[in-house]
Design a protein around this ligand. Sequence first.
Ligand SMILES: [Zn+2]
Length: 411
Amino acid sequence: MGLFSLFNVPKNASRSAIKTLKLKRHIIKILITEGNYTIVDLSNKTYFSVPTVTKVINSLLKDNIVLDLGKIDTSGGRRPNLYGINSKSGFFLGIEVNRKFLTIGLQDLKNEFVKINERIPFELSETHGSLSELCSRINEFVEASGIDRRNIIGACVNLSGRINSVKGYSYNYFYIEEDSLSHTISTQIGINTYLENDTRAMAFGEYNCGVVNGEKNVIFVNMSWGVGIGIITDGQLYYGHSGYSGEFGHSPLFDNNILCQCGKRGCLETEVSGWALERIFKDAIREGNISLAGNADNMESIENIDLERIINAVVMDEDTLAIDIISALGEKMGRYISLLINVFNPELVVIGGIMSTVGDYLMLPILTAIKKYSLNLVSQDMELKLSSLGSHAGVAGACYIVRKKFMEQLD
Ligand SMILES: [Zn+2]
């Protein structure tokens, strides 16, 4: 009898059985969100009698959902027992889908990672084969974790592009089945699955367990292959009317006649993104600029340059060409982040994504441009920070999204 038993209400259940079930859910929610309590504390919090709460706690102990943590120290009298959630009685599964690899992580009920695998080889394409490979990789990960999948409360898959997380559809990738993508994956992995936009999930990860420290109005900027933003207003993820908020990368900001991945021309992404960086860097090498990452005399070496190699050239080799280009990109990005600051007046702007791993080479030009271009009154009490979760942000966020849905079910 795991946590799933909390949601299986038999058709002929009596009113008192339903009442007990609701109390069980309420107590579990309190123990997960607030921590450990005695039976008297729980009785005071739930307005149920001590004998009723004792009965529920005994049943949860029997199911191994709650743990008896022993007696607490008091100044005198009978010392009561303390009860806490068994963090290993339920798990959240997070999956981040990148173009060439997956990151999959499993967190327990206290949102501690019990297993995380990065860079699992994978080819993202708009095919049934790619979708079935995704499900196979998830199944392999779950099997290797040794955790019974009946104890995995839910999964969340992060994909880039337009995602309708309410209906479970992705419109940029795997829009190939009639059935919703979330339903297809749920069926193939045997775990209830949600979909989320990758940037929004990263923002949620940073908000819950990353660099965000109590700030309620936050803009997270994902500088990866594409560019997107995650918006948190008053402590809540902002989805927009249909769930497509945050497509900042496709703002028409340049008259450069460069075709964007979205089909339009002159989007922000055409000059400020991982794929723009790759193009600009290759062009610079072709023009004869010297770099450790490739040279103009060897066409093959130019073709082999990818985003990762350029980032490595900055981080490992302090390659001046790569640093100059990425810094120029940061300056442009800072200018357009000023636009976001003027519109949203955030307390905190977080820079994350693959490109942010170059650190100060990107952050300092962004900061300088923000100071230069934003309204001083709006930006003076705003902070700019680098993601602290790095490549774990998306998967952590995905696990927190499953947790949030689970908490809502407990109400
Ligand atoms: Zn675009």
